[in-house]
Design a protein around this ligand. Sequence first.
Ligand code: ZN
Length: 454
Amino acid sequence: MPAFIAPCALLPEGWAHDVHFEVSTSGHLEKITIGGSSEGAERLRGPVLPGMPNVHSHAFQRAMAGLAEVAGNPNDSFWTWRDLMYRMVGRLSPEQMQIIARQLYIEMLKAGYTSVAEFHYVHHDVNGIPYADPAELAWRISEAASEVGIGLTLLPVLYSYSGFGSQEPNQSQRRFVNTTDSYLDLLERLKPHLAIKTAQRLGICFHSLRAVSPEQINVVLNAVHLDQPIHIHIAEQLKEVSDCLAWAGRRPLQWLYENFSIDKHWCLVHATHANSNEIAAMAHSGAVAGLCLTTEANLGDGIFPAVDYFRQGGRFGIGSDSHVSLSVVEELRWLEYGQRLRDQRRNRLYCDDQPMIGRNLYDAALSGGAQALGQCVGTLEVGKRADLLVLNGDNPYIATAKGNEILNRWLFAGSDSQICDVMVNGQWVIKNGHHAEEERSARDFTNVLKSLLA
Ligand code: ZN
């Protein structure tokens, strides 16, 4: 049985020294001993942390990351960014989708994400016609994740309308659109395939209250096995809030909570414009807020009321969403910094028994992330999947930090380059900051970018 010894590791009960891990052939943690013998065990280079789940990704958007930072008009917003995204998606082939996802997932692993929830909404060919196999593009995502060894919760998205009140979809949305029946058929096709893939599973997903009707949500929830992740974009933009008020006389989160029983299976992506009643409802329900700080900042969405939410026990995970940044460090740092900038105060996301901000952020994002992905990850304990990061113990800041100081040094004054090794499902996928497929992936990805941008 492969065995490893870490100088220190973050276990559920806290930091421990000389931690000996044994990993089963299925890739799970089989035995953990503190102060165990190092004989026959691979010695790890520095502190070991549980790998971070990424709760929100649209893989293809990595290809346009950084290209929308050009002022077009004084009112540039999410909606003008979306026009650029629609132009790119209009040309993408299945092969290109897989190459982009493969490159993205390698970059995620190097940045500390060991699993990802892929919010997958491009289903059809460039003319909006279903492929011979309607799950063609979903297979491409699943294949890309297998090739690079990242854990995957695949979330095929139901998307039918262009606005509240079942407005007809427009031409640029033709690749996304399914009926309820074609969506349920897609889930059925994917289920047996994903069940036999290592570290992969299926969830369900509604694009947003703009893109599905209440009847559709009901039909899907009644048709599927409910013990699985359910994701939805919600309350990201003020325009979405005002459109929802015009449609139903309710705000998006208010409407959702009044009409459905929202529980721990739900991941409410963004929830940026939540008022105090909605924050209380979210925290009480056990749902996970899917916070995507760098994307929300990039798109000018607003600041999620994380201090109030955290004080009430609200659960959250972090996502890289549009992939303008691929970094656990950046997402967690900007979660805290957004609250500081708004409040003009320091050290916002603490709790009474834990004043160390880095530890609070990391623990909460691990726990919420594992819940949102519905995967057996998020802590280093027996029975969990062996998904972990090794920080570089030769780095002066890491070498001289003790316990929770390691997280504060890394998250507030360090970078992704301090991650040296990454394991998923008991296999090393990053060694010394390198993935075995990264040269091939970068070459293919460069060619895809040249062709998409031509
Ligand atoms: Zn999104």
